[in-house]
Design a protein around this ligand. Structure first.
Ligand code: SAH
Length: 359
């Protein structure tokens, strides 16, 4: 019986170098392999065309490549494109291209499903199947960048880890993928353009600071009062607002970066003047700005969207207290591509022999 194959993209540069040496090849071959993996995005070992056939055969005996495939794409009337990606072991994850006047943003997933069960989020109703590996996270960026070129003739400007899953519960792969997206011998995108969004795991936020993670951090707050936050985000029971604030202050002090609070406005739940006051109090001791997010319905009717006038009053109140607050309009809602709507709705329709849908 042969040993379990090595997943080439799970290796560090040193490990690739060691493998290449073990197979009797010259050291510069390791650099070539590394570039095929992370810069030229080879989808198979056979595609590494400047390696000898014999070397490729040897590699294939020991190692595999497991790229995502684009199983389906749907385009919204506002230009947003939602992708369903299939993993090598047959699961589906979603990623989204969000074009605006000034940006081309890729919204990517970090896990297949999610373990957190936030009450307002469609992904929270799926089971967590497994973490995505760093290669699978980077694949989403590569394929969404290709769509940005194809449809809009533009490169990606921003990457947000706001698709399916909780990035800080897939910590190592989140950091490694961001490093590969940023690296010169990777995608070469600035860390200022990468944002990781978390539901709030205090221990991991501290770890980000200790590990000197360079990307931007967003925290899904949605309530500045524990009783309310407990009701919509079970993760709050082990990561209370006070603990999160401590961790965030540690993070902002150590990294000298500001954080972004995401706050979905739910009608008659967290959109009153009192809620705004609590939010101001919460923000006042940490270097933070606020994105007010329009709620996207997720079918179960538990929550409603705040009236536009109420949202504007809420924003003006924050701004009046010196807090930078912007209202983020929802995109891609008609195809369930907006925040919180990623739930593999089209999964049952997907078959072998991939379909590409272009409305
Ligand atoms: N687990 C991470 C990343 C995924 S969610 C996190 O919680 O941050 C990305 C953003 O979408 C979060 O701010 C999340 O709260 C928001 N979101 C989830 N469901 C939503 C919905 N129905 N309407 C609007 N935003 C939603």
């Amino acid at each position: 019986m042969s040993a379990k194959p090595i997943d080439l993209r799970e290796l560090s540069k040193e490990e690739v170098t060691a493998l290449v040496a073990e197979l009797g090849e010259k050291p510069y071959r390791a650099k070539q392999v590394w570039e095929w993996l992370w810069k030229k995005h080879a989808r198979s070992i056979d595609a590494m065309s400047d390696l000898s056939k014999a070397f490729r055969e040897q590699l294939k005996e020991r190692a595999v490549l497991r790229p995502l495939t684009l199983a389906e794409q749907q385009r919204s009337t506002d230009g947003t494109i939602k992708c369903a990606f299939r993993t090598w072991d047959g699961h589906i994850v979603e990623g989204v291209l969000i074009p605006t006047e000034t940006r081309m943003t890729a919204c990517i997933s970090s896990q297949i499903g999610c373990s957190l069960t936030c009450a307002f989020c469609a992904t929270g109703k799926l089971k967590r199947v497994r973490n995505l590996d760093a290669g699978e996270i980077v694949d989403q960026v590569v394929m969404i960048a290709a769509l940005a070129q194809e449809h809009y003739r533009q490169p990606l400007t921003n990457i947000v880890y706001m698709g399916m899953g909780e990035p800080l519960l897939n910590y190592a792969n989140t950091l490694r993928s961001a490093e590969r997206i940023n690296a010169e011998d990777g995608l070469g995108m600035s860390t200022r353009r990468i944002t990781v969004s978390t539901a709030g795991i205090a221990k991991m936020i501290r770890k980000l600071a200790d590990d000197d993670a360079k990307f931007n951090l967003a925290l899904s707050l949605h309530a500045a009062n524990d009783a309310k936050r407990d009701r919509i985000m079970p993760i709050n029971e082990q990561n209370t607002l006070a603990e999160l604030l401590d961790a965030l202050r540690y993070y902002t002090r150590k990294t000298r970066k500001e954080v972004t609070f995401e706050y979905i406005l739910f009608r008659d739940f967290n959109d009153s003047l009192e809620d705004a006051q609590e939010l101001v109090r919460y923000c006042s001791t940490v270097h933070a700005k606020v994105n007010l997010i329009e709620y996207n319905p997720t079918d179960d009717g538990l929550f409603q969207r705040t009236e536009p006038g109420t949202a504007e009053r809420f924003q003006r109140y924050l701004e009046g207290k010196g807090i930078i607050a912007r209202i983020r309009r929802s995109r891609g809602r008609d195809i369930d591509a907006a925040c919180g709507q990623l739930a593999n709705k089209n999964q049952p329709a997907l078959k072998e022999g991939e379909r590409i849908l272009k409305p």
